[in-house]
Design a protein around this ligand. Structure first.
Ligand SMILES: Cc1ncc(COP(=O)(O)O)c(C=O)c1O
Length: 420
């Protein structure tokens, strides 16, 4: 987050003035209790939402300038990541308990949303207790994911365009103790995957990405429905299931994957999509496929304008309601179809940071990632497919501006990270 020095307000300012400052910057709309205006009229950040443990951003920036550093600065609050991740999983845990759902929930963070190594490392570290995994969409992202210390029960879901090297890498992930699910989007991908797996004598977990007839709602609703770019139609799905059976790979089909489009602003549309996804899952299970995971993708909105409505930039539901609707709908359909409830996989960007600007096309080159490639494929192949994951990325001036906060947090006995 690039922080511009805030306009200073007189320290004797009346509360009404502070409220006005808060309104002008729309802090209540996007701050989620992490960002606010303190009694001096300065932007303050409360990463753990513990009153009294707030960072005064204006003072933090002023300290840096006094130490001869020149702006712009990038301040990171990794504790917010931890908290957001925890509350997302809590929402699903609450829904699972409330509706007595027979499965569990795990997340897989879409790497394309924010490819910064420091963000990914932090997410992986704090997500270990929830078996939080990663969703990758390219070879470079897969190499980065393979080099991360993911928890044993977590998944790497491999989306995106497949080629020989991408598939070989995903299939070899098991050697590193990683569970990489190859999500195929069309019959051609499926043919290629089955052929390569057969040639290598491997049994990689396979997922099928399916288009839903139901559409999401809002800005991205066109990315769903029968004309969606990604995923296979119902007719193609039936052919794919036949092909998998004929190839003797039925036990490898572990996931069905849907994505209703990002930023769904109307919860009723989301419910329809979850119901349809659950029905497809139930029919596939009844056709003899022991599918363990139902990946419902993303869709959870962000209330950008703070209106809490079904406007394009908002959403008319809470995170808990979103989790409730997924869990309840899936549970209900599975009970009525008499099939066991799948592990719910979500790939939500909402709770964790996305980059403000254009998504990075490249990842930072990871030395460990190159070692992973060598180990899995041999140096010869690596030479032919050099994966320059983000060479040339520059990290702007990044300061540990919240050292004061950390010192105070330490005094208070809170766990500290060797963070950024
Ligand atoms: C397959 C898949 N999963 C998850 C996401 C993230 O969804 P959201 O932006 O709604 O959190 C996307 C976004 O494009 C996606 O394509």
């Amino acid at each position: 987050m690039a922080i511009a020095p805030q306009p200073s307000v007189d320290s004797t300012a009346e509360p009404s003035t502070i409220e006005r400052v808060s309104r002008i910057y729309g802090l209540d709309n996007w701050g989620f209790g992490y960002f606010g205006v303190n009694e001096s009229g300065h932007l303050s950040v409360t990463p753990h939402k513990i009153p009294g443990l707030a960072v005064d951003v204006y003072e933090a920036v002023r300290d840096q300038v006094r130490d001869q550093l020149s702006p712009p600065f990038l301040l990171r609050f990794p504790q917010i990541l931890d908290e957001r991740l925890a509350s997302l999983h809590q929402a699903f845990a609450t829904a699972i308990a409330e509706f007595d759902y027979g499965g569990r929930h795990i997340g897989a963070y879409p790497v394309k949303v924010n490819q910064r190594p420091e963000v990914l490392r932090r997410l992986v570290k704090s997500g270990q207790r929830y078996d939080y995994g990663l969703e990758v969409g390219s070879k470079a992202e897969l190499v980065a994911a393979l080099s991360m210390p993911l928890a044993e029960g977590s998944l790497i879901t491999c989306n995106g365009l497949k080629d020989d090297l991408y598939l070989r890498l995903a299939m070899a992930a098991a050697k590193l103790g990683r569970r990489a699910v190859i999500v195929v989007e069309d019959l051609q991908d499926l043919h290629m995957t089955l052929k390569l797996a057969g040639a290598q004598g491997l049994l990689p977990p396979i997922g099928l990405r399916v288009k839903l007839g139901a559409r999401g709602s809002g800005k991205w609703e066109d990315s769903c429905g029968e004309f969606a770019k990604f995923g296979m139609s119902t007719i193609a799905l039936v052919r794919a299931l036949d092909l998998i059976k004929e190839s003797g790979a039925a036990s490898q089909l572990t996931m069905l994957h849907f994505h209703i489009g990002s930023q769904v602003n109307d919860i009723r549309r989301a419910k329809q999509a979850f119901k349809e996804a659950a029905r497809v899952y139930a029919k596939a299970r009844k056709a003899g496929f022991d599918i363990a995971y139902l990946n419902v993708g993303g869709g959870l909105g962000v209330d950008y304008d703070g209106s809490r409505t079904a406007s394009e930039f908002s959403m008319n539901y809470s995170v808990q309601e979103f989790a409730n609707d997924i869990v309840y709908t899936l549970g209900e359909v599975c009970a009525s179809e008499d099939v066991s409830a799948p592990t719910i996989v979500t790939g939500l960007r909402h709770r964790v940071p996305e980059r403000g600007g254009r998504p990075r096309r490249r990842l930072r080159r990871l030395a460990h990632g190159q070692r992973v490639l060598d180990e899995l494929l041999g140096a010869g192949i690596r030479q032919r497919h050099r994966l320059h994951a983000g060479r040339g990325l520059r990290q702007r001036g990044c300061v540990r501006a919240h050292h004061r906060y950390r010192a105070r947090a330490g005094d208070g006995g809170l766990p500290l990270d060797a963070g950024h």
